[in-house]
Design a protein around this ligand. Sequence first.
Ligand code: 6PG
Length: 469
Amino acid sequence: MTNTYDFGLIGLGVMGRNFILNVADNGFAAYGNDLDEEKVNALIEEGGDMDKVNATTDAATFVNGLSTPRKIMLLVPAGKIVDAVIESLLPLLEEGDIIIDGGNSFFTDTDRREAYLAGKGINFFGAGVSGGAKGARLGPSIMPGGNREAYQHVKPIFEAVSAKYKGEPCVAYLGPKSAGNYVKMVHNGIEYGLMQLTSEIYDVLKKGGDFSNTELHTIFSTWNSGRLQSFLVEITSEIFEQKDDLAGGQLVDKILDKAKQKGTGKWTSQNAMDLGIPVPSIDIAVSMREISALKGERIMADALYDRPKVEKMDKKKLGKLSEEALYFSFIITYAQGLHQLGDASKEYDYDLNISEIAKIWRAGCIIRAGLLADITEAFKADRSLPNLLLSPTFVEKVQGTVDAARELVAYGVKNGIPLPGLSNSLTYFDAYTATRLPLNLIQAQRDYFGSHTYERSDREGIFHTEWEA
Ligand code: 6PG
């Protein structure tokens, strides 16, 4: 059984098991490895045919069982475990072998690993994999970055197992080094933004229009057949139908309103700050998860302050405003994330093709949405488009929905319903589209108290004024 399997996978948790079965289903003999014997046996049993999919707890047997150059994917928790697995593999590998990290690793860790392994003749890929357990089994969106030539060995397998959008695989070589991990990180930042926006719309429909869970199911499902068509809107509609087996009623009402996070949204925000690219719709989504976690304090504060009595809005009107505002803010959130990718591409020499990225997000991943087909076209028409808001095809879409966003945000403000994702999206839009902002005053203040100098709008040069106290 030496050198027979086409593809190796380490980490047979839910994602790993599903991914390897997907590889085997697509005609590639796959070999799994995990220290946990139960997981190894479970995979062998589920796989059925050991020539197609097999597994072992022994690393040397595993490595020897793979055809060369070996293609070994790691689906293990991000962080130190990735380094430990790499170290344990190294003595067993040969020059030219390929390791693919399929987890949500931080991009600078991927850069470090890639450089370290390149020095040993091993090709290392950071490949974001999106779509959850179901995606891994039936077709995820895959975002690989690393050595372009080495990718040719992985390409046929990834193209076969990935999701397909109208027959086109949702995977593409994205760029060198950590390009794949970086793109996946921003994917997740956008995911946080879209989820926050969806939850706000749920809140305003419920509080402002007394929408029942059944009505919420219906309205989200109707939206999912229109321009808001997306995985997140689809699952949201399904969530409102889910019964609670434990206590009866609807499950959504029993779920504690404290959102957890593993950190990828926060990394997106942090790195956007480092790059100097504004992504307020993503920032606020991270902050809202943090506010949600302060449940005890929120309860105490609620008892201290009054909030306005909600003035109900006509259901039909509220539904229409909500659809338009959600569409508007979805566009703004994608615009921010893609803006960040454009800048990161220059900063880190990724040479990203945003159109290609939008293309591989059209199916398989968590942020897949009908909108991505238009986004793909917008960046195809102009590869150097700095921001989606500057795309002629998006002007009409945004212009046609911004008034609804204004009205809904104003309604939320007046009635004490927090809509921070929507209002941050709107404020971003109002600021990004303003020729003149009041930040001349900030420059004046900086120069006043710290002699930080300023530029002028009427002539070239750097100026400083001795401000009169
Ligand atoms: C995906 C997801 C996935 C992510 C989860 C949870 O693309 O399949 O982005 O990678 O880990 O969505 O993320 P949080 O725990 O941070 O919400």
